[in-house]
Design a protein around this ligand. Sequence first.
Ligand code: AMP
Length: 184
Amino acid sequence: MRLVLVGPPGAGKGTQAVRLAESLRVPHISTGDLFRANLQAETPLGMAAKEFMDAGELVSDKVTVGMVAERLSDDDVASRGFILDGFPRTRSQAEALEELLAAEDQGLDAVVALEVPDDVVVRRLLGRGRADDTETVIRRRQEVYRSETAPLLEFYADRLVTVDAVGSVEEITERVLDALRARA
Ligand code: AMP
């Protein structure tokens, strides 16, 4: 199973990705988590990403794609697939992913889009308390989502599974699993 999870910041991607990964038994790959782990370990990659993360801007496609390519080459991913969470976020990342997969004769099974109204998203983010969850940075991340990431919904139109992401965590996971089953 090779899945991508898309949605605005605060849509619950991370929460759902963890649950879906468990239920579908595939590795969860979150670029945000990978960047945060690098930051904590003070690696050069983490130091390079820090200022962008703090400002709610995207880390460069080159650095991000390099990090993802490395993770995709791990054995667990090769044998089980993946749920990508927070990647791709730009057209160029989406194209790079297509190429990485095509090189292995692979493709995405589905792209799950979590849909939530703006007010719900801001409420969720402010309640989360992460270092980059100040109101200014949240606003910037929403803008970046609208301009850079939302256009991917069209890029993935033929594989897109749209799910209403307002409700309890459990309900939303079930909706995603149902939608994937209906597609299979
Ligand atoms: P997230 O945990 O997905 O909200 O990501 C936190 C931050 O990491 C983002 O605001 C970006 O600065 C950076 N980041 C995560 N994923 C990507 C990506 N695919 N492309 C560029 N930057 C990213």
